[in-house]
Design a protein around this ligand. Structure first.
Ligand code: COA
Length: 336
């Protein structure tokens, strides 16, 4: 086996890596949205800002048999590294994953990182079929569970419009001091500062389990830089907010990514400012975004969201809206 850095300018290598992603998707989670070539090429050539992406590929018998993506945050959380390893189904249980993980640990240490994180999907009762490979793999390498979370998805075409309207009306009666706003593309300038503040609150307010993680320090400029980068990678952005009428404060938001094709979107985050809780704003922004999505992206059928198992309030809102759990997505951590 030969492990080399991915040459992002080598079209054959990049295409082999895309084929690997397709094989892994088909073997491990075929009901999840299929990898899209456009989106994949965008992520290789133009990765998100604020971090370095190291990509190694493992060659065996003339085929690209495995890959490591190591994300090294460069602005916040510089003590962390995040590893994603994929091994072709026809090359598993031969130590390729373990060798790539050893390289990830070495690279992370060389870059002064204290903890290595890795995510593992697994089954939930009544959900999609999932193997336990990822959990078995990271546990064997000495990782421990840092944050248990569950992914849920909703089929927007199965939503009862009249029931949704009743729920919205009930919630709005608790929120007369707030107005609802929605947008597609970049967050509007007059909301960007408030939205950035709430994004930063996420690591403070949402359950983080055993994760060794710091709040981010995003401002309006950084938020827009991230958003422009996502748009350049062909991701479409949607957001809704509840704004306090008297103070103009952004009180709650939910943000969504829509892929360049297909019928899936995914929630980036939903959060209400602790100062403004108790007004059903979480539910309101979520219903409003479903309505906006139906108007702006009629091709979209499913929305996926991931939340910590311990986040009882958010999970209750999602279940009430019609989201159903289909897989776990557990974050594991290894002290380096
Ligand atoms: C998880 C994955 C990367 C493992 O790759 P691999 O090359 O088969 O792993 P290795 O052969 O190096 O296995 C190392 C050890 O991990 C554990 N392991 C690997 N696959 C396992 C499985 N299916 N069930 C239980 N334990 C497993 C075993 O202890 C194994 O040692 P052993 O074979 O001597 O018993 C691969 O299954 C994969 O690509 N899955 C989809 C992507 C993914 O979920 N990645 C998450 C990790 S970031």
């Amino acid at each position: 086996m030969k492990i080399v850095e991915l040459d992002a300018n080598d079209a054959t290598q990049v295409e082999e890596l895309f084929t690997l992603q397709q094989e892994v998707h088909a073997a491990d989670c075929p009901d999840n949205p299929v990898p899209l070539r456009e989106d994949f090429l965008g992520s290789v050539r133009n990765p998100p800002p604020d971090g370095r992406f190291e990509r190694l590929v493992a060659w065996r018998d003339g085929r690209l048999a495995g890959a490591l993506t190591l994300v090294l945050p460069e602005v916040d959380n510089r003590h962390l590294a995040l590893a994603e390893i994929q091994v072709s189904p026809s090359h598993r249980r031969r130590g390729i994953g373990r060798t790539l993980l050893e390289r990830a640990c070495r690279l992370a240490r060389e870059n002064g990182r204290r903890d290595l994180l890795a995510a593992a999907i697994g089954p939930v009762p009544g959900g999609a079929a999932r193997n336990g490979a990822a959990a078995g793999f990271v546990t064997a390498a000495g990782f421990s569970v840092a944050l248990e979370s569950v992914r849920r998805r909703i089929d927007l075409t199965a939503v009862d419009a009249a029931a949704e309207q009743r729920l919205l009306d009930q919630c709005l009666s608790h929120a007369i001091e707030y107005e609802s706003l929605g947008w597609t593309g970049l967050t509007p300038d007059d909301l960007a500062g408030g939205v950035a503040n709430l994004v930063n609150r996420l690591n403070l307010d949402a359950p983080t389990g055993e994760l060794d993680i710091e709040p981010e320090t995003i401002d309006a400029d950084r938020l827009h830089t991230h958003e422009r980068n996502a748009i350049e990678r062909h991701t479409q952005l949607v957001g809704t907010a509840a704004r306090h009428r008297n103070t103009g404060e952004v009180a709650a938001i939910t943000l969504l990514n829509v892929r360049s094709a297909g019928d899936h979107g995914s929630v980036t985050l939903t959060i209400a400012d602790p100062k403004h809780r108790g007004h059903r704003l979480g539910m309101i922004v979520k219903i409003e975004i479903h309505r906006l999505v139906r108007r702006a992206f009629p091709r979209l059928r499913y929305i996926q969201t991931g939340n910590a198992t311990a986040n009882a309030h958010m999970n209750a809102i999602n279940e009430q809206l019609g989201f159903a759990a289909y897989e776990t997505n557990t974050l594991y951590q290894l002290a380096l």
